[in-house]
Design a protein around this ligand. Structure first.
Ligand code: ZN
Length: 162
């Protein structure tokens, strides 16, 4: 259970940041400090600090998806109907039968290569809407290290609290 108090650890791109809170309006997104060790939040209440941190993760995830998705849609020769980022409690990504992709807004908590695995996994569902051998063959062809990345995802999501 998170407290959103000074010193609490928040993962960002697979490495922990320590929360450093200062009183403030609570409307701005949290920021990473110049030395990359702290997550700086300017907000007075725990609720505002939580919002500010989620806003930070969402913005970083949107940037990641914007830069990563075009590379992989091209490589895999697939075209999602749309791709969005939204808050989800228990899933990193989803692909609907209509071809709509969603990625968890907290995906920026994860290492870049682990997050990339999630992108490839969901894009491969545009070819196979299941977890059959054919599906995993596609994922493995795109990312030969996918099984190791999957294990790291399970470890990193414990840190992320998902
Ligand atoms: Zn899947």
């Amino acid at each position: 259970m998170r407290t959103y108090l000074d010193g609490e650890s928040f993962p960002y791109r697979g490495a922990p940041l320590r929360l450093k809170a200062s009183p403030g309006g609570g409307r701005a997104a949290a920021e990473v400090s110049g030395d990359g060790l702290f997550l700086l939040v300017s907000a007075s209440s725990a609720e505002e600090r939580k919002k500010s941190i989620l806003f930070f993760y969402t913005a970083r995830t949107e940037e990641f998806i914007r830069s990563t998705l075009p590379i992989w849609t091209k490589k895999l020769g697939v075209r999602p109907v749309c791709a969005g980022v939204k808050y989800a409690k228990t899933r990193w990504g989803s692909c609907s039968s209509a071809g709509k992709l969603f990625f968890n807004s907290r995906m920026s908590m994860l290492s870049g290569d682990v997050a990339e695995y999630i992108v490839v996994h969901e894009l491969c569902h545009l070819k196979q809407m299941n977890h059959s051998n054919a599906f995993w063959d596609n994922v493995r062809a795109a990312l030969p290290g996918c099984m190791a990345l999957r294990r790291r995802l399970r470890a990193e999501e414990k840190e992320a609290g998902l």
